[in-house]
Design a protein around this ligand. Structure first.
Ligand SMILES: [Zn+2]
Length: 231
């Protein structure tokens, strides 16, 4: 029987979305003791994300998968009039992926969750960034430097793992086959608890299922008819 000692546990940053959900579910299927972290920063879509994160974890129903640990990291003072806190001028389906960049995002999330891990004897924190991410704070050098900065106390070692970094979106989606992906949530502008169907992240979600040749079980509030639908 596998040990349940804290040093074999792994923390995972979990937004409730596809990539981090597949990471959480895959690690749980591998028998790891998983502690998911949901960071609450006051962004407009977080209520639905947190609801999805909790539903997903319960549906995976692995005895070694913990309920999400919710950590508050208010950013309204920092982001001020940013679309992520106002909900105005949300990047739509036609916007480039760079439009959804959130300043300092990965550094802020990692420092909060990694510190929790260090305080609770967890030596590894995973984040579901893909190798195809266009953002500077998703690449090797950023994480190597961040890990070195966090790892300065020998009594509390922490390794930052990126198990999906060698994969593209299609590979990640196929890794997630059999997981309750219908319970994940990835939308910047939820409508009555549903995916809006019109934002940048909804477009990315549709494209992910389509490119992986998997049925998309998501209920969208609106369909978007544009050229991308036919790609
Ligand atoms: Zn949306």
């Amino acid at each position: 029987m596998a040990s349940n000692s804290p040093d074999q546990s792994i923390g995972v940053l979990f937004s409730g979305g596809l990539d981090s959900g597949i990471l959480v579910g895959t690690l749980a299927r591998e028998g790891r003791a998983v502690v998911p972290f949901f960071i609450r920063s006051g962004l407009v879509w977080e209520r639905e994300e947190l609801r999805a994160a909790r539903r997903f974890v319960r549906a995976v129903a692995s005895p070694r998968l913990a309920e999400p640990v919710v950590l508050d990291l208010p950013l309204d003072d920092l982001y001020a009039d940013h679309w992520s806190t106002t909900g105005k001028e949300i990047p739509d389906a036609a916007s480039p992926d760079e439009a959804v960049y959130l300043p300092g995002r990965n550094a802020l999330l990692v420092v909060k969750a990694a510190t929790w891990c260090q305080l609770h004897g967890i030596a590894e924190l995973a984040i579901g960034v893909l190798g195809t991410s266009p953002f500077d704070d998703a690449h090797d050098r950023f994480f190597e430097n961040l890990e070195a900065a966090l790892d300065c106390r020998p009594a509390n070692p922490i390794r930052l793992a990126r198990p999906l970094a060698g994969m593209d979106k299609t590979q990640v989606m196929r890794l997630g086959r059999g997981l309750p992906l219908e319970l994940t949530f990835s939308c910047l502008s939820p409508v009555d608890g549903l995916h809006c169907g019109a934002c940048n992240k909804c477009a990315e979600r549709r494209r992910a299922f389509r490119t992986a040749e998997m049925d998309d079980p998501t209920r969208y509030a609106a369909r978007v008819c544009n050229a991308e639908e036919n790609v």
